[in-house]
Write a protein of this length. Structure first.
Lengths: 189, 189
DNA sequence: CCTCACATTAACTGATCGGTCAATATTTTT
DNA sequence: AAAAATATTGACCGATCAGTTAATGTGAGG
């Protein structure tokens, strides 16, 4: 598979960017840390931005795969899965190396509305909200779209505060808010 | 006042950093945009980080002053003021030049736990939470500290999604969550 | 064994990075 | 007004930035 080298490069670059930031990480550092020379990197990716976009695609796949699977494992019904998201978040916050959300950081560093990195970062959040919306619809809530948007706000708020405070507590606090929301949320029929 | 020049430099640097990011903005750009030569800047600030810290101090004062005053104007009771925070946020999101929270972006670019910029960014969030806590106590809620932390999560989540989506809607969505929280929040005696 | 296509490399480009310096204005003190 | 202290400047420092080039190494097909 000719993609193996490329994938490994992406995964190693992901770690370096996640730990050190995008603008703060030069391509020479990426080359040294991944063990791939700069020229070879530029054979796979036209620009640094292209590499970052590939890294974000990988992160999007990894994170959604992990989160959705964890929500399934921790909750049996769709409603329980929605709540279980915050337990999964807490696991993430407690895991070694938690450094906040890569997409929030990417859109903070590339804040130009037209920037592909900015658009792709928000696309990740929309994919998360889509999943929440499907679960909310399955659970029989009357306005799944609106419920999903509110859950996304809770999730991002918890991540930001957990990252800034270096404390996993926001996961449980957001979970309590989520319970309050679901308890008074209108259902179909 | 010998501080006028320095203050004006800080305010102009604030705009440039807020628009373009911290690592992405060089000191030469700061010099050109503020009309102050680099050598003069370094007479006032030992390093770029020191300038950034001064900028963040200014932003902290400006933002808290604006937000708290706006909450007072829009709400007569402490409880109304807590809710009014989300109306103030909506005004901010709709104001021209909204580019997200400067402290979230600063802590995203300087994520090292020991970094003074990171610590000062979180200190701003703690000061906001302190104010929410005072209001929650005045309003007679049983656990003001916990309530304040949950409001902070709502606020940061709304800001992050509003900035990424370029849409002010999260302010109103977070406000609805805040209403649900207060409606079922236990009060003293 | 030879060749040809491709992968990989160290060395280099001009530009910009954070920060400094020697020289020149400008202000303050006498 | 002369002298001392302070502000301000453009030019410069080595390091690093994103990206390129010319040369070398490597493996498959004949």
């Amino acid at each position: 598979m000719s993609h193996n080298k490329r994938d490994e490069l992406i995964r190693n670059a992901l770690k370096v960017f996640y730990r050190n930031g995008f603008n703060a990480t030069g391509m020479d550092k990426i080359a040294k840390e991944t063990g791939v020379s700069k020229t070879s990197i530029y054979k796979h990716f036209r620009t640094k931005d292209d590499l970052i976009l590939a890294v974000l695609r990988q992160r999007d796949a990894d994170f959604r795969n992990w989160l959705f699977r964890r929500m399934e494992d921790l909750g049996s019904t769709p409603e329980e899965q929605l709540i279980a998201m915050f337990d999964a978040l807490e696991e993430w916050f407690n895991a070694g190396g938690f450094q906040g959300c890569m997409f929030i950081k990417a859109s903070a560093e590339f804040q130009n509305k037209d920037d592909a990195i900015n658009r792709q970062s928000y696309a990740h959040k929309q994919l998360l909200a889509d999943h929440f919306k499907r679960l909310a619809a399955s659970a029989g809530f009357r306005d799944p779209h609106d419920l999903a948007r509110r859950f996304l706000i809770l999730k991002e708020g918890a991540i930001v505060i957990a990252a800034m405070s270096h404390d996993p507590a926001p996961a449980a606090e957001a979970k309590r808010i989520a319970h309050q929301i679901l308890d008074s949320e209108p259902r179909t029929s």
